[in-house]
Design a protein around this ligand. Structure first.
Ligand code: 5BU
Length: 275
């Protein structure tokens, strides 16, 4: 399979080398632990009961660099859930990414990030925002997240069919990140190297990854880890139902996570060799 993107200098460097040069402590920690665990796999935990979510995390923990949550879908949320998640993250060496997709004015998102029932900034190392409202969203979230050494991703592209995050919108998202600086906006949710017109080293995290299914009934579109990491130059693969949705016991879920980890890592190593 041939590469479909223009070469992008930072993606030809090992994660560990990129870690050394990164100005954001969370991005630095992520790149280092990816290297240590040989994993560019983020597992997305989209179940609605806290104990079910924790059980999946315990199963996949050895294989992941990151766990992604949607905290607002938890039906029985209490702060004990995020405390346990944070404990597991420390014990098993992974980061927590709350996929909150903030999309309001700066003042409101700062409150949504810091307060309410979920107090996201307290436990989530990384979160994300739509660039739609303009740079005030980045500044507002930064007031809360920067003092805590958190990291922000902008949604430059999406995986779902017919989404509007394309063309100029994507280019302006990248510009917004550059204007904000990598000490706070560390990268993007995107389907490829949206930053390939420069040589700044952003992280690209990519959902819509599956080894078997091509999509779902609601517009999700899947590509393989190799298409995402090798062909498109992305850094982290985000996999949900492809891992926690499989039939079988705890060992089967870990085996599936391990399969994705191995595929993602091989694609990364091949990318370095090809560079
Ligand atoms: P799946 O089960 O692997 O399809 O789950 C994908 C996850 O990634 C799910 O939590 C989505 O909310 C998330 N996601 C996505 O699928 N596509 C996007 O463009 C973005 C997030 Br942004």
């Amino acid at each position: 399979m041939s590469r479909t993107i223009a070469p992008h200098p930072p993606t030809t460097k090992p994660y560990a080398v990129r870690a050394d040069a990164h100005p954001n402590p969370t991005a630095k920690r992520l790149l280092k632990l990816m290297d240590r665990k040989k994993s560019n796999l983020c597992v997305s935990i989209d179940v609605t009961k806290c104990e079910d979510a924790l059980e999946i995390v315990r199963r996949v923990a050895p294989a992941v660099c990151m766990v992604k949550t949607h905290i607002d879908i938890m039906e029985d949320f209490t702060p004990a859930f995020t405390a346990e998640l944070a404990r597991l993250a420390d014990e098993h060496d992974f980061l927590i990414f709350e996929d909150r997709k903030f999309a309001d004015i700066g003042n409101t998102v700062a409150l949504q990030y810091s307060s309410g029932v979920h107090r996201i900034a307290e436990w989530s190392h990384i979160t994300n925002a739509h660039p739609l409202p303009g740079p005030g969203i980045v500044t507002g979230l930064g007031k809360v997240g920067k003092p805590l050494d958190r990291a922000l991703l902008l949604l430059a592209e999406m995986s779902s069919a017919g989404n509007l995050a394309v063309g100029d919108y994507t280019r302006q998202a990248v510009q917004m990140a550059r204007d904000a600086g990598r000490d706070w906006v560390v990268g993007f949710i995107a389907m490829g190297r949206v930053d390939s017109d420069g040589d700044d080293d952003f992280l690209v995290l990519t959902p819509g990854v599956g080894l078997v299914a091509k999509g779902d009934a609601l517009g999700q579109q899947y590509r393989t880890p190799r298409q995402v990491v090798y062909d498109s130059g992305c850094d982290v693969i985000i996999v949900g139902r492809g891992i926690y949705g499989i039939e079988g016991d705890a060992a089967a879920v870990l085996a599936e996570a391990e399969k994705y980890r191995a595929e993602g890592w091989k694609a990364y190593e091949d990318r370095l060799i090809q560079a």
